[in-house]
Write a protein that binds this ligand. Structure first.
Ligand code: AMP
Ligand code: ZN
Length: 435
């Protein structure tokens, strides 16, 4: 179901007109209220009035995560602090956290966009949503929560952690929808399974997963194990939180970015040049309605491409593809660019191993060495196939060499022996950085 038919199916020319009006307004506001932007505009010798069409966007300055850190905690706010009704902070996966604030209207818009997202995933007011995103400074929990309420669904604010209890309540409360990170969904499946609860047999039918990169293969794994439809949701606290973009159940192919609130661009992460639809590059987002922290051309560091082809669901908003990695977590191994997600995609294709893995990159002498530890599945562990471990390790090594062009040492390890993550998984250890 389309939650806001007027806005989500707006003809593209009308959408562009709305975006332009809003963009001009945002430029005026940041120039007048945020010293960082006044300086950035002045340094480039431009005034907000420079924007006469959407094509003028590349003439505006970028905003980086570091700019928000420099403005810690409130210097990027464009409104008086007493109009802020909530604060959140990013999880700080890549350094010191950044603080974000919301006005009443920001929260109202966020709830709407999150309701649009859940609706696009096929959930409605009659659903029970088990929300296992963490409640707190992280935007996931409360973001989904108010969206689910806006939708009129019944939200179960279970938050993260306490997995045994989660499994029990998932069964007892009969949730039909679930929201968490994709890695937690798989973890919860294992916990439930060990308790004799088969999630496949529960009423659960839709999962809305995000906050960390995942792959099509992982989707297939989740759908098979949990017996649900698994959809991708994207968001980041600097821009809002969850609900910036959401996959529709109809296409399951790319996430509609809510373009009446966000203006997306794809750029070359090295040169900053704009890239055309279809080209993979860094996603840059300009907020069009944010009051508390309007951001101009925010560099997300997330790599994806933009798809402007019409979607079967009827929404006119562009889609971003699955996030392929970050322009800042790309591993360069002996000169070859490798994204952890590519390694994962190869691992999960192989039978007999589980999607739990760790990647370690270190320096052996002067050369980079890549080691991948991956758990074999319980089934394989119990069968006598274990004798063939070496063969499997070799075969994985060969696939990685064939697909990615890098030599890796693969080690199959016992089920349950690698670290589990209840929040964002962090599976890469780059020991070279400490040298
Ligand atoms: P945070 O601000 O702490 O919520 O982190 C936001 C970051 O999480 C984004 O910039 C992405 O790198 C990552 N992220 C969020 N949703 C997804 C998703 N669906 N797929 C891949 N990465 C995601
Ligand atoms: Zn669609």
């Amino acid at each position: 179901m389309i939650f806001n038919v007027d806005k989500e199916t707006l003809p593209r020319d009308e959408l562009a007109a709305l975006q332009l009006t809003r963009l001009k307004n945002q430029c005026e506001r940041v120039y007048a209220n945020v010293p960082f932007y006044r300086k950035a505009f002045d340094d480039m010798g431009i005034k907000p009035g420079i924007v006469n069409s959407l094509e003028d966007l590349p003439r505006l300055p970028f905003t980086e995560k570091q700019d928000l850190r420099n403005g810690y905690p409130y210097k990027m706010f464009a409104v008086p602090i007493d109009t802020i009704v909530r604060l959140h902070a990013s999880s700080g996966t890549t350094g010191k956290s950044t603080v974000v604030g919301y006005t009443k209207r920001d929260l109202d818009n966020w709830a709407e966009l999150m309701a649009r997202s859940l609706s696009a995933a096929g959930l409605s007011s009659s659903d029970f949503i088990h929300n296992a995103y963490g409640y707190g400074l992280f935007t996931g929990g409360l973001g989904v929560h108010y969206g689910a309420e806006r939708l009129g669904a019944t939200v179960i604010p279970i938050s993260g952690g306490g997995s045994k209890r989660q499994a029990e309540l998932l069964r007892d409360f009969g949730a039909t929808g679930m929201t968490c990170t994709p890695s937690y969904a798989l973890y919860l499946y294992e916990v439930a399974y060990d308790m004799g609860i088969d999630i496949r047999e529960l009423p659960l039918r839709v999962g809305v997963f995000g906050a960390e990169p995942w792959t099509e293969e992982m989707r297939a794994e989740i759908e098979r194990k949990l017996g649900i439809t698994a959809l991708n949701i994207y968001g980041l606290s600097e821009i809002m939180g969850p609900g910036v973009a959401q996959e529709c159940a109809e296409s399951k192919c790319g996430m509609h970015i809510f373009e009446d609130h966000f203006l997306p661009e794809i750029i070359d992460p090295v040169t900053g040049a704009s890239l055309p639809p279809g080209a993979v590059g860094e996603l840059v987002i300009t907020t069009l309605t944010k009051e508390a922290i309007p951001l101009i051309r925010y560099r997300t560091r997330d790599l994806c491409s933009l798809d402007l082809t019409p979607c079967v669901c009827g929404r006119t908003h562009a889609r971003i593809t699955r996030i392929l990695g970050r322009s800042d977590d790309m591993l360069i191994i002996r000169g070859v660019n490798v994204f952890p997600q590519q390694i994962e995609a190869i691992l999960v294709e192989m039978e007999g191993i589980s999607p739990h893995y760790e990647i370690e990159v270190k320096r052996e002498g002067t050369l980079d060495a890549l080691e991948i530890m991956v758990e074999f599945s319980e089934a394989m562990f119990q069968s006598d196939e274990i004798r063939h471990i070496q063969k499997r390790e070799k075969s994985l090594q060969k696939s990685i060499k064939d697909y990615l062009g890098v030599t890796a040492k693969v080690r199959l390890v016992e089920p349950q022996s690698l670290k589990r993550f209840e929040g964002k998984a962090s599976r890469v250890r780059d020991l070279r950085k400490k040298e």
